[in-house]
Each structure stands twice: as C-alpha cells, then as structure tokens.
Design a protein around this ligand. Structure first.
Ligand SMILES: Nc1ncnc2c1ncn2[C@@H]1O[C@H](COP(=O)(O)OP(=O)(O)OP(=O)(O)O)[C@@H](O)[C@H]1O
Ligand SMILES: [Mg+2]
Length: 229
C-alpha cells in the first residue's frame, strides 16, 4: 500500500513581496519541509524570519512565488480559488495569537461558526461544539458572550472553533503569544492533547522555546531560510 501523503509538504517554496521603490522582500527562500499526518512541527525564528508567511502558504491563504506547497497531497497552486476555499474550509483549522473571535456572538456560536459557513447540519454541529467546549473546560460558558472571557479562555474557544470540522491540519501562529505563563501552558497542553486525540497534524509558529520543545520536530527560520535549530 502506498504511504499516505504528508499532511503538509513544502518543496523549495519561496515567497517574495514586491515593494514600491525598493528591492523585493524575500520572506521565504526555498524552504522544504514535510510534516507526516498526525505529526507536530514547531517553526521558530526571530521576528520577521518568515514564520507567518510559511503558515499563510500552508493555509492556502497565500501561494508561493516559486516552489510548491502541498496540503494533504494537493498542490495549492494547482487549485482554483473555489477549490482553495474548499481546502481551507474542509482540511485546515487556524488559531491566531489574537484569537479572532466574533465579539457579538456567544461562546457556542463562535465555535459553531465554521459549520454554519460550510452549511453543515445544525444539530450535529452544535453537539460537536458542545463536546469541544467540554474538552476545553468551557462547557459552562457556552451561552456567555466572548467579551467577558480571559485571554486564555478566548484562546481555548478559538481552539475549539478550529477543530470543529475535524481538520487534518491545524495551523497555529503564536497561539500562546498573548498569554501569561500559566495560561500559555494550559493552552499548549490543550493544543497537543487535542491534536493527538483528534488525530490532527499540528504546525505551530512560536517564539516560546518550551512550547516548541513539545513538538515532534522543530525547524528554525532565519531570513526566510531554514537553518539548524
Ligand atoms: N504582505 C507583505 N508585504 C510585504 N512584506 C511582507 C508581507 N508579509 C510579510 N512581509 C515581510 O516578510 C518578512 C517575514 O514576515 P513574517 O510575518 O512571515 O515574519 P514572522 O517570522 O512571522 O515575524 P513575527 O515573529 O514578528 O510574527 C518580513 O520582513 C515582513 O516584513
Ligand atoms: Mg508572525
């Protein structure tokens, strides 16, 4: 039997940004990396080294200037806009440093939102959302507004939302970057615990060495290139 495709593969992927009146910025330079299905990868590096650029390529939010990015074996550059939207919706979950919750919706409605957008059946989605809220210890806050939540609680809601539709690939950009040490640790515990029990692949970008050390593999970016960690 053929081996399953890696959940994520970058093959000499580069991303440059043109600038008015100046040389282009080479945000990512010929980066090759493979993340097996179910694996965890931490991408570390200083500010401006290209971590978010790499995650945007992995999320099919952006495309490489050259080289290839394959998600679940599919080359994102070969997909049209509709197919890329579908790939993002059905295969990828995203967690950001600043949570990106919708303030006028309840905790439960925030978690259920991706299913509403995808047109999934309502009852099953709400049941799944409640299950995830239970897993992130926020079941009793389901009907509260998100404005009253602490940073750690907001990130736990965001993790539930990202996992709602059982993505194969969870991408997290500085998921603990806005949290104090204690909350950072509990969010990290949840991320690794949930990705393991859900069988999801996790790729995270972080400045936090203790978070990175928990991943199966750690790769360091410097000036858009992979260097020795
Ligand atoms: N849309 C854009 N237009 C121009 N330059 C960009 C754009 N996006 C990123 N860059 C540049 O690409 C480089 C890498 O940026 P990126 O956001 O990937 O870094 P990062 O490692 O995520 O940094 P941080 O740790 O501060 O989040 C930076 O020099 C940045 O200014
Ligand atoms: Mg960044």
């Amino acid at each position: 039997m053929a081996a399953p495709a890696p959940a994520l593969e970058l093959d000499r992927a580069s991303r440059s940004f043109e600038r008015q009146g100046g040389p282009p910025v080479h945000a990512l330079r010929e980066v090759s990396v493979e993340v097996p299905a179910g694996g965890t990868l931490a991408v570390i590096g200083r500010s401006g080294s290209g971590k978010s650029t790499l995650l945007h390529l992995a999320a099919a939010i952006d495309r490489p200037t050259s080289g290839h990015v394959l998600v679940d074996g599919r080359d994102t550059a070969a997909l049209d806009e509709r197919a890329r939207t579908r790939l993002r919706r059905d295969t990828i979950g995203l967690v950001f440093q600043s949570f990106h919750l919708l303030p006028h919706l309840s905790v439960l409605e925030n978690v259920v939102l991706p299913a509403r957008i995808a047109g999934d059946p309502d009852a099953a989605s709400r049941a799944r959302a409640r299950e995830l809220l239970d897993r992130v210890s926020l079941a009793d806050r389901a009907d509260d507004g998100v404005d009253g939540l602490s940073g750690g609680e907001r990130q736990r809601v965001a993790i539930g939302r990202a996992l709602l539709r059982r993505p194969r690939l969870l991408l997290a950009d500085e998921p603990t970057g806005s949290l104090d040490d204690e909350n950072a640790r509990s969010v990290a515990d949840l991320l690794f615990e949930l990705t393991r029990t859900e069988g999801t692949t996790l790729v995270l970008a972080t400045h936090d060495a203790s978070l990175a050390a928990r991943a199966d593999a750690v790769r360091r970016l410097a000036g858009g290139r992979l260097v020795d960690p």
